[in-house]
Design a protein around this ligand. Structure first.
Ligand code: SF4
Ligand code: SF4
Length: 443
């Protein structure tokens, strides 16, 4: 099968053998009500209220939304408007921890006996795409016609350099993954569940393969280590040979993709009644003294994770949430761990320097490495020319911001940054066009 572009990146998965350890509970956690795609949750607690671990502090406010739970026990300090730390246009609940980590008394193991109760449990667990996407999992699994799902793919690719938190899920929670796959088969009726793993994780492949060997309809599929193997559309193509139609969802190709840590979190909730309140995060990078995997309460400041890993070296210049290819640079170590945070990376001044751009030599490498079949050099040009109609023609909106184009560019063009700006320009253009058309119709 033809490969969909991609690049070979250094793996740097030096923390793969680091069994996650819990960090000390920080004095304060900050829980943004918008750490998922969709409508922000609505806070249901007020300043001064006592809360316990697992208690709902934000209710889902629509179908595409997710509840938020207290990750520490203590007292609500305040509910911040327009979060001053994350900059998100949503409320944040700040909780002062009492250090007790007392579980909420109202937690119950959910009664899962059919598809509806299974989906209700997924919703109540507060699980969203934990591989970084943050899309509410219950919404993804709610389909009108279950017979339209031919495959559920469990995304174990973890193709970004440095990140090993999913690897730890595969090694430490293998049994939960096996149980999760069976729950999906039982309650969604999907016949084929495939775990897709990059071949640079032989230990995880062996462990999962041994456990799934006697389970019909569940397969473990090793895949080439080629970034972005874990991109949803790339994974679907490389496992099933199907392409997601342009502008459509994986479901339109008969496929649902779930991250492995997402699946494990669902099973934990179904077995214990404790929703998603903590996260395994890889802490690494050249400015981190002792890189490791840690378990942090959601909402803990990044500084608490770095402190647990021996602190940062003096020449730290850049801090990322997520991996070096698709992660986001953060302005402050007060930034909280979000549900979808899988890595906190800190880099020295030397490793943070951006290379000098030079003019495009039209070599075409960015085109041949783009997994979406786009022409990044033309998108960049159309952006600089301020020609949104050309961006439309070049399908800039299909870019998944994987960074393969910039990584392969010998002229070091900052293609991803330009394409992000181009997408914003195209979005404004489309909105204006739509508003114009509607105004015309109204007349
Ligand atoms: S890889 Fe860089 S230099 Fe080559 S065509 Fe693309 S933008 Fe131009
Ligand atoms: S254009 Fe977008 S999808 Fe294509 S390689 Fe560049 S960042 Fe990735």
């Amino acid at each position: 099968m033809r490969k969909l572009g991609g690049v070979r990146v250094p793996h740097r998965k030096t923390t793969a053998a680091s069994v996650p350890k819990p960090i000390p509970i920080p004095p304060e956690v900050r829980l943004p009500m918008s750490m998922h795609i969709g409508a922000p949750a609505s806070p249901v607690v007020k300043a001064g209220e006592a809360v316990k671990v697992g208690q709902v502090i934000g209710e889902a406010s629509g179908f595409v939304s997710s509840p938020i739970h207290a990750s520490v026990s203590g007292t609500v300090k305040r509910v911040d408007d327009r979060d001053p730390v994350t900059g998100l246009r949503a409320l944040s609940v700040v909780i002062a921890s009492d250090g007790e980590q007392a579980p909420y008394g109202g937690l119950r193991v959910p009664d899962v006996r059919d598809t509806d109760s299974f989906l209700a449990a997924v919703r109540d667990s507060g699980t969203v795409g934990l591989g970084g996407a943050g899309f509410p999992t219950a919404v993804k699994l709610t389909v009108k016609d279950a017979s339209a799902i031919d495959y559920i793919l469990i995304n174990c690719a973890e193709c970004e350099p440095y990140i090993t938190s999913d690897t730890r899920t595969m090694l430490d929670e293998t049994q939960l993954l096996a149980e999760g796959a069976q729950l999906l088969r039982e309650y969604l009726g999907t016949k084929d569940i495939v775990f897709g793993i990059e071949s640079n994780k032989p230990e995880a492949i062996n462990k999962l393969t041994a456990l799934m060997a006697d389970k019909p309809g569940i397969e473990v599929r090793p895949l080439p280590s080629l970034y972005p193997q874990g991109g949803e559309k790339v994974l679907i193509y490389h496992i099933t040979g199907r392409r997601v139609p342009e502008g459509k969802l994986p479901l339109d190709a008969g496929v649902i993709v779930l991250n492995c840590t997402t699946l494990s979190a669902i099973v934990k909730y179904i077995k214990t009644g404790m929703p998603l309140v903590s996260k395994c995060v890889t802490v690494d990078g050249s400015a981190v003294k002792s890189p490791a995997n840690v378990i942090a309460p959601i909402g803990a400041p990044l500084s608490a994770l770095f402190d647990f890993c021996g602190g940062l070296r003096g020449d730290v210049k850049k801090v990322l949430m997520g991996g070096p290819m698709m992660g986001v640079s953060v302005p402050s170590l007060d930034m909280p761990v979000l549900k979808a945070t899988n890595a906190a990376l800190a880099f020295s001044e030397k490793d943070s320097r951006l290379p000098e751009e030079s003019p495009c030599i039209r070599c075409g490498r960015c085109v041949s490495h783009c997994p979406m079949g786009l022409m990044p050099l033309n998108i960049e040009r159309a952006y600089h020319m301020k020609r949104p109609e050309m961006l439309e023609a070049y399908k800039a909106h299909l870019c998944m911001e994987c960074g393969c184009c910039a990584y392969s560019c010998p002229a070091k063009r900052m293609l991803v940054q330009y394409i992000k700006l181009a997408k914003a320009m195209l979005s404004d253009y489309r909105s204006a066009k739509k508003a114009g058309a509607e105004g015309g119709e109204a007349k």
